[in-house]
Design a protein around this ligand. Structure first.
Ligand code: SF4
Length: 282
């Protein structure tokens, strides 16, 4: 069995500070993860979060030289070395699907986020990674108002990148519970509109079944109303619904189960009726 599996997202597998490889079920190959939040700090606390010892805060100061060195080393090992053999990766999965900025916390909380994106994109280009592989930023979208973040998104767009914008609820109550975030729909609409003007943006909805309550009607109704508004006000076309793939490291873990596949599939169909390309990944 491969040492890298879809459930093994161990960020220490290569003993690097900022880079971690993931065999991604969603991407269907190797995803090169980049983690700016080496302190496991995030400005949200999602009840399904898999980050161990998650704490409230921002990414620490980054060593950009080390980031560059590690990415060059890692890409060299994957492209010209024996990385796949060492990790016993199956032949059909020996393809770099994406470089994904998705750390143990909110990546856009990095102070010099823009510089880091530039460095990653430049090194990926030097190695001929784009456009065959995607350049993805996974974000909760709450810090888009910052100038350095907007600059970083512009750089991401220049490399042909895309943003996966987390949206786990469209009600203030739901968001307060699932994400422990006080963001309002108004703030999210403003942020996602801005984001989608700068760079291609896709919506990511994580649905979890808390205490076997399933998908609350109020939550579904909130989503459909809000997504309809987003559809008319932005150029966003793509929505992905997913659920728990690995155990949460939060106190709520014991009460969490993956959302039933049928519920997710039906929800995807309703989102499609709003004019989105929507898919559910069970
Ligand atoms: S936004 Fe991401 S890293 Fe932050 S708490 Fe939620 S799942 Fe965890």
């Amino acid at each position: 069995m491969s040492k890298l599996t879809v459930t093994n997202h161990n960020r220490n597998v290569t003993n690097l500070t900022y880079i971690y490889p993931v065999l991604s079920r969603r991407a269907g190959g190797l995803s090169i993860g980049i983690n700016f939040n080496t302190n496991n700090a995030c400005n949200w606390r999602c009840i399904y979060c898999q980050v161990p010892d998650l704490k409230l805060g921002a990414a620490p100061e980054i060593d950009l030289n080390l980031l560059a060195k590690e990415l060059r080393l890692f890409l060299d090992d994957v492209l010209h070395g024996d990385f796949y053999d060492q990790m016993e990766v199956p032949e059909e999965q020996r393809v770099i699907k994406d470089i994904a900025i998705a750390g143990n916390g909110e990546p856009t909380s990095l102070a010099n986020f823009d510089q880091a994106i530039q460095i990653i994109g430049d090194i990926a280009n030097e190695n001929g990674i784009f456009p065959k592989s995607h350049f993805v930023l996974i974000t909760n979208g709450s810090l888009i108002h910052r100038k350095t973040v907007q600059k970083g998104l512009t750089i991401l767009a220049n490399f042909g990148g895309e943003i996966w914008f987390k949206m786990d609820s469209a009600t203030n109550e739901g968001r307060g519970f699932v994400n422990n975030s006080a963001q309002t729909n108004e703030a999210i609409l403003k942020n996602i509109t801005l984001t989608s003007k700068i760079c291609e943006t896709k919506i990511q909805i994580c649905l979890v079944d808390y205490q076997q309550r399933g998908f609350l009607e109020s939550e579904k109704a909130g989503f459909l109303t809000f997504l309809a508004e987003i559809r008319t006000k932005t150029a966003i076309k793509n929505v992905t619904i997913y659920t728990l793939a690995r155990p949460s490291h939060q106190p709520e873990a014991i009460d969490l189960k993956p959302m039933a596949s049928e519920i997710m599939q039906n929800f995807a169909l309703e989102i499609q009726e709003l004019g989105f390309d929507a898919q559910a990944i069970a």
